[in-house]
Design a protein around this ligand. Structure first.
Ligand code: 26V
Length: 823
């Protein structure tokens, strides 16, 4: 067969690009080039880049088809992409070219880039990981695409009023999304609600019929995902809900125009807004519908593509693998069974084998309140046929369990898909485990806990399913694009190869004690710190010194992440200065960033506390500028890109055993920050890689935490009574020193920290935390020592590139290959 080969029409030289930008200003934006604003030019640049990506996306598609490659589909309810323009230019290696071109015509590319809004279609770690995975898959030339939801409103924007978080709607498409490609021709129809009619065929076969359902249409929008170097362009396919025509027609025909329009609006609600992570979402009908919508749209798209190329569904899993990003898309297991059994009339046993071989599940959290359960009543209402199938899957599965473990009733109760205590519910994690051929955690420690704590019975029964895939981050966005001064220094020192092989940075180890290199490394960090200082001054009106330690805690606000422990340390430092006249070795700027879930009262109070403590300290002349506290609002990918390169000390201080992996920890260390952290999540492996002497470790180990919690032997009041530091800090908190206008405002914190059942053991780790912070202080005062350690952190982070993570998934779980290895 002769291979059809694409020739690229769009060239990347400056002349062609400039001509295309002018064309887009005129023909897409309908403006005159001479009157175009900076914003117009930016849009035209984005459209010109889109043209280039579209061509390459078609070329990639043809290559995959010709190779009959097995494809991986990543199912995720969230993608935290961040801005697209800079990333596209960076991966197409056109950034400096475009910068110069813009300068020539009197525009500032940086400003244009700053004006792009972040598509924030995710909450935090889980969604950002998905985005990093897509970047790596495309860079590795692997057939892997993302499937998700085209939310109209992304994660709420955070504003701070009087120290409190206020949420604002995030209408991220206000300016249009020039990169995306609508594909209404590939829309799919999704049935919901209705009832099941049970009938028997003349040959005795059982034929369930799903009747009286309502249809919603899923319209795909593709966002091209360009790998570094621009050869491979995969896509992220996001589905938006639209009302179905036929459904409307019925009501219209009955003459009830307003009701018809109302139904139309209701069905479009499905993809209106991203849920901010909160346990209250479980039980919300709309959320369940969203989860099913993603799964049903995704599978229809995949089966259609498969049918076009293959005849035999028994071979489905040879060509398709679906990775479930947490349990949110766990209904994939049921929907695929429904498709194979009801629509393709494949025998149950075969269908189950295909389903298991197709699905793989990643767990991202151990927090019990975050494990999804859906009530049987709600499932019955929304997805009656699926509920039937879940019963059938459960009964066959439990038959197997009984065969193996005879009468262990307790075990059977634990392994059942149904939680029967109280309101009857389906446990989505159990469904994901039994319907998948692989179950993985996201760091060594976490994967171990997934086996031992979360799914011990399933692990005992099928140990071969369970595995670890330690997370990573893409060095393209998180080093090359976000930290130009350091990226340049690295390239000047070891060449460009690190961009696609991060382990190359090992080569800078030898410069850790080289004075010249160290000088340049310090200069790069300083440059980034000045940029952040300017930003903090202009947005918060707080003056911070780039000579101080930038001590940064940036992540979602949650009790388990212990922002509170950090605040207790700040109060401690302040009291040491003011009440005891003991000045710290080094000046520090404490920087916080992160959103609290809108219904999470404690997290919102912590934000208020950070502001209250900051206000007292920043105003107090006696601190002589030795301590400053800044909370940069609306943490999101673009803000992370500003903050992380400027960090000296990265706070990764969760209670051991609670943070599944963390990925911010990796971004900070890669950018030459030192970590102060507990042995939790991927911190454990980071410390192994960078060396214990280059990591500030403190705190209880996971086993110690577990032991204290299960034996009920944590008694924080004893710590309070023994330790003067703890007493002083808690007494100050209770004394209203930080809440003069609201007496008693923070006493709940003191009360909670002193309770025996305080889950996150703040006080158990506090004294060691402040001791470790003192070591940090002393070592920062020695720039040669500090920067040697910082350089070694950057040098030794090779493992934490998602390129490595994706290779491992491809090899161990997906059985997919880089296309260039198939051609
Ligand atoms: C879910 C919920 C829902 C209910 C209440 C509060 C709560 C808190 C956390 C979560 C976790 C959502 C899943 C998630 O984002 N996990 C994160 O996944 C990252 C990527 O694997 C990992 O690095 C983080 O450690 C992990 O928290």
């Amino acid at each position: 067969m002769t291979k059809r080969r694409f020739t690229l029409k769009k060239k990347n030289d400056r002349k062609s690009l400039a001509a295309d930008i002018c064309d887009h200003v005129v023909f897409s934006l309908s403006k005159e080039v001479d009157n175009a604003t900076e914003h117009d030019i930016g849009k035209a640049l984005a459209l010109s880049m889109r043209d280039r990506l579209v061509e390459r996306m078609m070329m990639t598609r043809d290559r995959f088809r010709e190779a009959k490659a097995k494809r991986m589909y990543y199912f995720s309810i969230e993608y935290l992409l961040g801005r697209c323009l800079g990333n596209t230019l960076c991966n197409m290696e056109l950034l400096s070219e475009c910068e110069e071109m813009f300068k020539d015509i009197g525009y500032d590319l940086d400003e244009v880039r700053e004006s792009e809004r972040d598509p924030a279609l995710g909450n935090g770690g889980l969604g950002r990981l998905a985005a990093c995975f897509l970047d790596s898959l495309a860079t590795l030339d692997m057939p892997g695409c993302g499937y998700g939801i085209h939310y109209e409103y992304g994660l709420f924007r955070q504003s701070i009023q009087d120290g409190c978080q206020k949420e604002l709607a995030d209408y991220w498409m206000a300016d249009g999304m020039p990169m995306e490609i609508a594909r209404p021709d590939q829309a799919v129809m999704i049935p919901l609600y209705g009832r099941v009619e049970n009938s028997i065929l003349p040959n005795g076969e059982y034929l369930p019929m799903w009747m009286d359902w309502e249809d919603i249409i899923g319209v795909p929008y593709d966002i091209p995902i360009v790998g570094y170097g621009g050869k491979t362009v995969n896509y992220l396919r996001l589905f938006a809900a639209r009302a179905s025509q036929s459904f409307d027609m019925e009501i219209f025909n009955h003459g009830d125009y307003i009701r018809a329009v109302q139904r139309k609006i209701e069905s479009e609600m499905v993809t209106k807004v991203l849920y901010p992570s909160e346990s209250v979402s479980f039980g919300k009908e709309l959320r369940l519908v969203q989860e099913y919508f993603l799964v049903a749209c995704g599978l229809r798209d995949i089966t259609r593509r498969f049918s076009a190329q293959n005849k035999n569904f028994e071979e489905f899993a040879d060509y398709v693998v679906i990775q479930l990003n947490d349990t949110h898309p766990a209904l994939t297991v049921v929907e695929l069974m429904r498709y194979l059994v009801d629509e393709k009339r494949i025998k149950w046993g075969t269908a189950w084998e295909i389903t298991q071989a197709t699905c793989a599940y990643t767990n991202h959290t151990l927090l019990p309140e975050a494990l999804e359960c859906w009530s049987v009543d709600l499932l019955e209402k929304v997805l009656p046929r699926h509920l039937q199938l879940i019963y059938e899957i459960n009964s066959r599965f439990l038959d197997g369990v009984k065969k193996k473990y005879a009468d262990d009733v307790e075990k059977i109760r634990r392994m059942s898909l149904f939680e029967e205590d109280g309101k009857k519910e389906v446990r989505m994690a159990n469904l994901a485990v039994i319907g998948s051929h692989s179950v993985n955690g996201v760091s060594e420690l976490h994967s171990d806990l997934v086996k031992r704590r979360l799914f011990p019975d399933f692990y005992e029964m099928n140990p071969e399913k369970f595995n670890n895939k330690t997370n990573g981050v893409t060095p393209r966005r998180w080093l090359l694009k976000s930290n130009p001064p350091l990226a340049q220094l690295l390239t000047d020192s070891v060449g460009k190869k690190w961009i696609t092989d991060l382990s190359e940075l090992k080569k800078i180890e030898k410069y850790a004690t080289d004075t010249e290199f160290r000088k340049k490394f310090i200069a790069a960090k300083r440059k980034n710190k000045i940029v952040l200082s300017d930003f903090i001054r202009s947005t918060l009106d707080i003056k911070v010194s780039p000579d101080s330690i930038f001590d940064i805690h940036a992540k979602r606000i949650h009790e388990y992440k212990r922002q509170l422990l950090n605040v207790l340390h700040i109060i401690h430092m302040y009291l040491e200065m003011i009440d005891h006249g003991r000045e710290p070795f080094c000046a520090r700027t404490f920087i916080f960033a992160g959103k609290a879930a809108p219904g999470y009262w404690e997290a919102k109070q912590i934000i208020k506390l950070i502001h209250s403590v900051g206000e007292v300290i920043n105003k107090d002349k006696r601190t002589k500028g030795l301590i400053k506290v800044a909370f940069t609002p609306d943490y999101r990918v673009s803000l992370a890109e500003k903050i992380i390169p400027a960090c000296d000390l990265s706070e990764q201080i969760s209670t051991a055993g609670t943070e599944a992996s963390g990925t911010g920890n990796m971004k900070f260390a890669m950018n030459g920050a030192l970590t102060i952290g507990t042995l939790d999540g991927a911190n454990v492996e980071m410390r192994e890689e960078v060396g214990a002497e280059n990591f500030y470790l403190f705190g209880l180990r996971q086993e110690e935490v577990e032991n204290l919690l299960v034996t009920g032997s944590y008694h924080p009041r004893g710590i309070y009574e023994k330790s003067p530091e703890v007493r002083q800090v808690l007494d100050a908190l209770r004394s209203n020193r930080f809440s003069p206008k609201d007496p008693g405002m923070f006493s709940w914190i003191v009360d909670k920290l002193l309770m025996d059942n305080e889950q996150y053991l703040h006080l158990a780790d506090f004294v060691e935390y402040i001791e470790t912070q003192k070591i940090v202080d002393r070592e920062y005062a020695d720039p040669a020592l500090w920067n040697k350690k910082a350089i070694l952190n950057t040098a030794r982070m090779g493992k934490f590139s998602t390129d490595r993570t994706m290779r491992e998934y491809a090899r161990d779980i997906w059985n997919i290959k880089a296309l260039k290895d198939l051609e």
